[in-house]
Design a protein around this ligand. Sequence first.
Ligand code: ZN
Ligand code: ZN
Length: 219
Amino acid sequence: MVEIGNEQGDFKECVGFHGHVCPGLAIGFQAARVLMKELGVRRASDEELVAIVENDACGVDAIQVMTGCTFGKGNFIFKNYGKQAFTLIARNRRRAVRACLRPGVLDRDRSHLALFEKVQDGDASPEETKQFTRLHGEQARRILEADPHSLFKIEEVSTEAPPRARIVGSEICDGCGEPARIDMLSQVHGQRLCIACARRRFSSAKTKDTTSTKETGNE
Ligand SMILES: [Zn+2]
Ligand SMILES: [Zn+2]
């Protein structure tokens, strides 16, 4: 693995959490490192840091390990924008920095791409899988060795930190009888329903509507 001083252990920890070495994980690792450096912060033990990720790919695992912002603590926010962009907010400093991957950084040559497709389709031979793993590892290493500023556009942003996580009580859903967070229950035709039951109710009502319209149309 790459020599990156004391941070070598940190990347190993990310690999341990994620399960494999890949360019995406290296991107997340580098993003977390540079964002924490820009803000002058260390890994969050509580909620003083908030991470916002704009994709759900490999790199977000490194963001969680490195920043200590996790899905479960409520200080890890996923925005499904399909962008390799990561924002870190330091509550006590009232600052936020965003890193967005520069175009071309994750580009692969044709043979790497062809192998990637084969591996994803499950059509790669053991030899091809080995070659793919090597190419993927090499790309990850190049990313780990790169200057973060060459990888990302990095800028200070103004982002409201979301309210700190609160413990909210649960109550029973009238539809399924399962406990759900009180603020997630809604009143539907006099019943208090969880989101799943409210959706089911809504979609079955819609189906009935369509059926009746059709019937009327046929008459
Ligand atoms: Zn991965
Ligand atoms: Zn329910």
